[in-house]
Structures are given as structure tokens and as C-alpha cells.
Write a protein that binds this ligand. Structure first.
Ligand SMILES: Cc1cc2nc3c(=O)[nH]c(=O)nc-3n(C[C@H](O)[C@H](O)[C@H](O)COP(=O)(O)O)c2cc1C
Length: 362
């Protein structure tokens, strides 16, 4: 009886947390204060002779061996409470329309009980033709997932892969955070060896260094989503939740707090470092990279690809667009930005864009 009550409390807390994350990301100040994703440091060389017609530019590419309509993904966000079904339905409709991959939010709630499983499974109904990825956090991985847990997550959405989010900074700031990150890599290696779909490792806004990427790849991860610093700061999201719960009670000294709230490797830096890692180790050439963390335009998608990413991904900016009823229009505009950059660099295809070199601004 006692343990049932405890687990109900934990499950309710998961539901409340997922709900408040969306609300805080929409209405709170959650952007990095003193750090950008780093794309402004780069520009493309103008090509006065593009030798192509704008109308013939082809945005299609492949991701994990499947054809996608454009090099963009809707990042993992939500699920696990009643209103999440509507958000996921609308995200799925956009993914289906543009033929782009989609991640669902952490499926921890769906493993705790079956109350809101429809809020996840709805994505497959509305996006039958695109890649959809399951999602679970490092703390759950460290505790150990059973084969049945993994099967539940993948079956709910007919998942094309499993995303594991590495969110140490978020858990550190989260009022109920789990900061035991021992055994994450071991458990991840076990999962990679035992499941038939690819495992994607992603951060949530603090970035993945070349050193961490190398260890993840050696553990069997097939895709690295850098989710670098410069977009949504999950330390800030959780600091807002902490302040709501505990008032101004302080955990860190003021200068350290400032540094920790902005903690992380900018997205563009992660991409440069992981591209260098891949070129030093030809055996890693098949590993695909997702550029995310502070993606706000098609020009940044273009720079991401020239910095070595297979595709780019966005969460916070697309969530705000969805809230304003402009999700599909926003994606449309980003893809038009991308076409514009391709036209002006003389890249008719995404493969050609990836070969363009960037000028580093001094
Ligand atoms: C409302 C919201 C909820 C999120 N929930 C998850 C999640 O459950 N699992 C996950 O891996 N990432 C989650 N993220 C993180 C994003 O996938 C992304 O890595 C991060 O926000 C950085 O990208 P951005 O700067 O484009 O927002 C969430 C993001 C948002 C905005």
C-alpha cells in the first residue's frame, strides 16, 4: 500500500513536470544569456555563378538510410499528460506534411503507468510515413531498462529508433532531479547491442564534446544529436521550477549560478569538434550527426550541414511557432531560407551543400 502510494506520487510528479516544461518554455525566460549557438561566426562564400535554377533546388536527403523531405527534424519534446496528445498530433501532422523525422518526449511516464500512452501513440496515427523516435533519459538508462520497457516504448509509436537523452545539467537543477549518472555508458552499450533499431544519443542543450561522442560511438550509438548550448537552457527551465517550489532559497553562489545557467558547448563548436573526430577515425565515418540547440532559421540549418551535420533539429523555436499557430508556416520559411543559401552558394542538392566550406569571421 505504502509503495503503491509512493509510486503514484512519483508518477504524478512526472506528469506535472512534463506539463510545466511546455508552459515554462513558452512563457519563461529560458534562453542562454551570454552564449549563442555560434553560427554567426561563420558565413558561406558567395557564388556569382550558381549555374542552377532556384526552382530546381532539391531539399531531400537521407537520414539513417531513409529518404527525408528536408534535412530537418522536430526534436523530442512531449507526451505523458492529457494535453500532450494535441501537441504531439500537431507536431506529427507537420512532420508528415514535410516528410521529416520526429522525436517524442521522454517516455518515462508511459513506463510508470498506462494512463497517457495515447499521447505518444497518436504521433504514428498522424505521421504514418516518417521516422519517429522513442525517447528516454540517462537516469532511467542508469537504473536499467528491461527488454519489456524498451519494447513498450518502441511498440507504442512503431519507433524507428531510440533516443537517449543525456541531461546531467538539467537533472542537477531539477528540484526532483536524479544526479546518479554512474553506469550510463555501460547500460547504453548493453541496449545498443540488444536492440534491432539504432540508438541516438542526444544532449538537451549543453552539447556533446568530441571526447563524449567518441565514447558513445564506441558504446554502439549510431547517431549523435549534439543539442548544444545557445538555444533553450534546461538549467534555466529547472531553476524556474525550483524557485516556484522553494522560493529564493539558494543552492549556488551568485557567480557560479551565472556560469552554471549558461553551462555548455555551443552547437557550432560541437559540430566542428565531432567532424574533426570523424575525419581522424575513418571507422566513424558512418556515424550521423544531428545539429540542434538554438536552431532558428534555414541559414543555420545550411551552416550545420556545412559543419558536418546530416540534418538539423529544433525544439524550442518550433514549440513557440506551434503555440502561435504558425508551425507549418515557420518550417516553410526555414526551408525557403535554406533554398536561398543553396542558390547563392551554387548547391542544387543537399549533398552539394555539405561540401561547401564556411568562412570563419574574424
Ligand atoms: C517543451 C520541451 C520539452 C522537452 N522535452 C524533452 C524530452 O522529453 N526529451 C529530450 O530528449 N529532450 C527534450 N527537450 C529538449 C529538446 O529536444 C532540445 O534538445 C533542447 O530544447 C535544445 O534545443 P532547442 O534549443 O531547439 O530548444 C525538450 C524541449 C522542449 C522545448
Amino acid at each position: 500500500m505504502h509503495s503503491r502510494a509512493m509510486s503514484d506520487t512519483a508518477a504524478n510528479r512526472t506528469i506535472d513536470r512534463k506539463h510545466s516544461h511546455v508552459e515554462i518554455c513558452l512563457h519563461g525566460d529560458v534562453a542562454f544569456s551570454g552564449k549563442s549557438a555560434g553560427f554567426e561566426r561563420f558565413s558561406f562564400e558567395h557564388n556569382a555563378l550558381p549555374e542552377l535554377s532556384f526552382s530546381c533546388i532539391d531539399l531531400s536527403t537521407t537520414f539513417l538510410g531513409r529518404s527525408v523531405g528536408a534535412p530537418l527534424m522536430i526534436s523530442s519534446m512531449t507526451g505523458g499528460y492529457s494535453e500532450a496528445a494535441d501537441l504531439n498530433r500537431r507536431l506529427a501532422m507537420a512532420a508528415q506534411r514535410f516528410g521529416i523525422p520526429l522525436g517524442v518526449g521522454s517516455m518515462r511516464q508511459a513506463l510508470e503507468n498506462s494512463a497517457y500512452r495515447e499521447s505518444f501513440s497518436i504521433v504514428r496515427k498522424f505521421a504514418p510515413g516518417v521516422q519517429i523516435f522513442a525517447n528516454i533519459g540517462a537516469p532511467e538508462i542508469a537504473r536499467g531498462l528491461t527488454p519489456a520497457d524498451i519494447a513498450t516504448m518502441l511498440e507504442l509509436i512503431e519507433g524507428d529508433g531510440l533516443i537517449v537523452h543525456l541531461n546531467a545539467a538539467q537533472e542537477l537543477f531539477q528540484p526532483e532531479g536524479n544526479t546518479d549518472f554512474r553506469r550510463v555508458l555501460d547500460q547504453l552499450a548493453t541496449i545498443c547491442a540488444s536492440i534491432s533499431v539504432p540508438v541516438i544519443a542526444k544532449e538537451v542543450g549543453s552539447g556533446i564534446s568530441a571526447t563524449a561522442a567518441r565514447r558513445l560511438i564506441e558504446a554502439g550509438v549510431k547517431v549523435i544529436d549534439v543539442a548544444g548550448a545557445g538555444g533553450t537552457s534546461w538549467q534555466k527551465v529547472e531553476e524556474i521550477r525550483y524557485t516556484r517550489e522553494f522560493g529564493s532559497e539558494t543552492r549556488f553562489s551568485t557567480p557560479a549560478l551565472e556560469e552554471l545557467l549558461d553551462w555548455g558547448i555551443p552547437t557550432a563548436q560541437c559540430l566542428q569538434d565531432i567532424r574533426a573526430l570523424k575525419s581522424e577515425h575513418p571507422a566513424m565515418s558512418g556515424i550521423e550527426i544531428i545539429a540542434s540547440g538554438g536552431i532558428h532559421s534555414g541559414a543555420e540549418i545550411a551552416k550545420s550541414l556545412a559543419l558536418g551535420a546530416r540534418i538539423a533539429a529544433s525544439a524550442g523555436a518550433l514549440l513557440r511557432a506551434l503555440h502561435e499557430g504558425r508551425l507549418e508556416e515557420t518550417i516553410e520559411i526555414w526551408l525557403n531560407d535554406l533554398r536561398a543559401v543553396m542558390f547563392l552558394t551554387g548547391a542544387a542538392t543537399i549533398a552539394e551543400l555539405r561540401e561547401k566550406s564556411l568562412i570563419v569571421k574574424s
